[in-house]
Design a protein around this ligand. Sequence first.
Ligand code: SF4
Length: 213
Amino acid sequence: METPKNPFPIDFRIREGLSRIAMALRVDEWKKAKDVGLNPTQLAILALLEGRKDGLNVKEIAAHLGVSQPTATDSIAALEKKQRLEKRAEQGDRRAVRVYLTPMGLAALQPDTGDSLAEQAVGSLDKLEQQQLLLTLIKMIRHLQESDAIPVQRMCVTCRYFAPFAHPDAGQPHHCHFVNAAFGQRELRVDCRDHEEADPTSRAATWEAFQAG
Ligand code: SF4
């Protein structure tokens, strides 16, 4: 019998906890997608394409969503039929296609209203707890991408414009060279439309400086 003195290992219990949060996220995603006549995979593809002026190909979309290429292809075809996205031939290779968001696709990406289950759960944390959770998530996501389990995400810590702890101000220690402005830990981005991926050596140096700060 499981007792407090002899629980399952902590990594197992953290995974259990994450799976409960993932369950709430799935409920949120189904609701959001249903409101605009899509399914969660289709809506996730539109969200992924937002702000990507060069579009994405099927392989990249499948890798970002963690689905097979045939699944991604089916969802793309359904979205194309609904005029939510369009395919264009890749420059220099007419047989390869890239996928782009259309104005109708962008319209399906309604802003969060703040009443989703996930937002309610995050709202139950105080400001410091929220910041700690954000930093923990960034660290976990970075680990996954640096071990090639997921594609590089559009996070500040992988961006060539990011200068961690460049300012003495404890409230706004970081600098974004894209907008040339200081910002704080709470403003760190997980999916920034202006992100430009730094090369692996710069990424490693930035992460070291971020951790040291
Ligand atoms: S461009 Fe975006 S991802 Fe890059 S440092 Fe600025 S805010 Fe962060």
